[in-house]
Design a binder for this molecule. Sequence first.
Ligand SMILES: *Cc1c(COP(=O)(O)O)cnc(C)c1O
Length: 377
Amino acid sequence: MNTQPPYRAWVEVDTDAIVHNLKIAHEAAETHFLMPIIKANAYGHGMETVAKALDNVPCVRYFGVANVAEAQRLKEAKTRNQPFILGPTLPDEREEILRNGWGCTVSTLDEINHFEEMAAGGIGDGLGLHLALDTGMGREGFMPADLPKIAQRATKLKHVRIEGIMSHYSAADEDADFTKDQQNYFAQCCRELKRALLIDHIHIAASAGVLGFSAGNATMARPGIMLYGVAPVESRLSSRLKPALRLLSRVVLLRDLPAGHTVSYGNTYTTTAPTRVATIGIGYADGWPRSTGGQGASVYIRGVQCPILGRVTMDLIMADVSQVPEVEVGDEVELIGPNQPVTRVAQWAGTIPWEIFTGLGVRLPRIPKAKGMTNDE
Ligand SMILES: *Cc1c(COP(=O)(O)O)cnc(C)c1O
């Protein structure tokens, strides 16, 4: 009857939805290029699968990753588009970057000089560096006073070149005035640098910037969370994003507890009436946040919302299934999906959807959604 392998907990990924969301991102971004962000195992969706699904979309230029280990994984997946390492690089990572010609950012003249020296030593030629500018994020990038110095140094580089200018909005989902100031200030810095340098790529916006602000002078955008169906801000296009992931588990045991029986660690929950309790095969070791315990969190079984009882344990949770008389051992349990969006789970856990997605554990197999099962477009 059921041909699925008997996973206890797994993630179902709909790459068609991710491709669809990329197209929405491209429309919203109003830039020629996109750098889809696939760091942290593509926000839990599976890096290789997502990269392969997006690799042949023409607007894609680079895949955004966090570090060399992720870039290496992408290299092994043999995608057409190269990885781009978003954050600062460690000195010991740079040789690998240079050898492979991966995209990366620089925030200091020392970094530029280090790349130039290594390239002059024959390790790899023509690497395209992206100048990071700190427009308010306070995480990386050159400061305004540095601009004349960079421009001067950049024009003298022989073995690496400055291919892009980038920055990062720090409050695009919270502070429109600040974001507009950031955008103007970034544009002004770019103008100054472009007097001295030939620049291919200019980028500053992540998902919130893409959805909430004009492209300005940008030629590329860096959408992350929106590719996975979550809109950090409401906009004309945000309602067209499709969730791409379901987090699923199974009922592993069904029991009837009498009234007055405690459930889970710490005895924080006591049944008030005879209760049908399902024990479900997922826990905080799989990335279902322990902090959802006692927050009114639920799961869906046979389309019915069932309250989680007591604390989340490492490998199991308990839910009240008294309202689902037909429930059976082995039944599928939806923890994230059409009935229960990730935003709601994040609220229970007191966090943001980014953290829920990226916390989805290595123990969960990522299973592609069977084709032809969508009920839309
Ligand atoms: C993670 C990241 C993004 C993507 O952010 P979302 O909010 O998920 O769209 C873009 N740019 C940089 C520099 C990042 O670190």
